[in-house]
Design a protein around this ligand. Structure first.
Ligand SMILES: [Zn+2]
Length: 361
């Protein structure tokens, strides 16, 4: 999650007090906190961003791009079809020219920085009235050298650096604290940060099994995926399917999220009721009425079920546990009903949103 300092930067940008961000990190925390792509130069790329080698289009993902050298993904721009590469780790084929950057900001030997973000950083550093360097060890000289281009500069970090004497002000302090003080001085509120990640829960009926013993069974495939292409469900640590008989099945982690195939007993109760009733037409009307009522109250019913944690008229439920790094958030339960277990209407997709609220005040 972004720190208080990350959020403070966003507030300064929103208030027009800060103009541009130059980052040496590739952890995506600036974009995640709300910095817009044209407000930042990420000198060493971003582990959440892929770039097309043909047309340079950038793809901003909600999850980290896998570290395989060849992703096997291609650009979706019409008539491009170029190969996508990670940007979080600089490789030689992403570098066009190192000559100019090496001259003007003294990039250390072995530090490879692509031309475009460095040119943007240089452009904004030239115009700056004040540059603030946060939490940098200054071992990579690019960041302090860029800051030196502004008439006034502040370095805020806990450790001693070779650049301490060259800044206008050098503070040995926590960035969160200093940025909080700056916001307070300007009368700006830091507020609450809300992070959301979406995922889909999908159940599909693969078929009906009719074993000699134990009654009919439905074969169900359950999947939890991201609604976005090439992304997984990073907020989810594990997912468990609970059946009505109390059995619990751990879902398996897949390339795109979680998946599991399992059999569940078919509920024949409705059929039995129908057999007992004498009037077929009346029975049909009643069922339609019930169905309508069910449609209307679906949202409430789902909430109700979630609160009670007791699936009643449903086939199974999925309980999703979130990764601890997203904060202590209660597991959420999704009740899955495979309607009528007919193969004409086999799929139910349920959109879920993971929401984490961080109050910074
Ligand atoms: Zn392309």
């Amino acid at each position: 999650m972004p720190t208080q300092a990350h959020i403070a930067i966003v507030r300064l940008l929103q208030a027009g007090k800060a103009k541009y961000v130059v980052s040496g990190n590739h952890d995506n925390l600036h974009l995640k906190s709300g910095v817009l792509p044209d407000q930042i130069a990420e000198l060493f790329g971003n582990a959440y961003v892929e770039r097309c080698v043909q047309c340079s289009k950038r793809y901003y993902r909600h999850t980290q791009v896998p570290t395989h050298l060849r992703l096997g993904r291609t650009c979706d721009q019409p008539s491009c079809n170029g190969r996508l590469v990670r940007t979080g780790k600089i490789r030689f084929d992403t570098l066009k020219s190192l000559v100019i950057p090496l001259c003007f900001v003294g990039v250390r030997f072995g530090q490879l920085i692509p031309e475009e973000p460095l040119a943007n950083a240089y452009h904004h550093a030239q115009k700056a009235d004040l540059a603030i360097v946060l939490g940098s060890s200054c071992t990579v000289s690019t960041i302090p050298e860029l800051a030196m281009m502004a008439p006034k500069s502040i370095l805020c970090t806990l450790q001693e650096t070779h650049y301490d004497n060259r800044f206008t002000v050098s503070l040995k302090s926590r960035c969160d604290r200093m940025m909080g003080d700056i916001l307070a001085h300007l009368g700006l509120a830091i507020g609450t940060y809300t992070y959301t990640q979406q995922y889909l829960v999908e159940a599909s009926l693969l078929g009906v099994e009719n074993p000699t013993q134990g009654g009919k069974k439905g074969k169900v495939r359950m999947e939890i995926t991201s609604p976005y292409p090439n992304e997984g469900c990073t907020c989810i640590e594990s997912a468990v399917v609970s059946l009505r008989d109390g059995k619990e099945l751990e879902m398996e982690e897949s390339k795109t999220g979680f998946e599991l195939e399992f059999s569940i007993p078919l509920d024949d109760e409705s059929e039995k009721e129908e057999e007992v009733r004498p009037n077929g037409i009346r029975q049909k009307d009643e069922r339609e009425k019930e169905k309508e009522e069910e449609e209307r109250g679906k949202g409430e019913k789902e909430k109700e079920n979630e609160n009670n944690r007791e699936p009643r008229s449903c086939w199974c439920s999925v309980t999703v546990r979130y990764r601890p790094e997203w904060g202590s958030i209660e597991p959420s339960m999704v009740v899955i009903e495979v309607p009528g277990l007919s193969e004409e209407d086999p799929i139910q997709r349920i959109d879920r949103v993971f929401v984490k609220e961080v109050p910074y005040e």
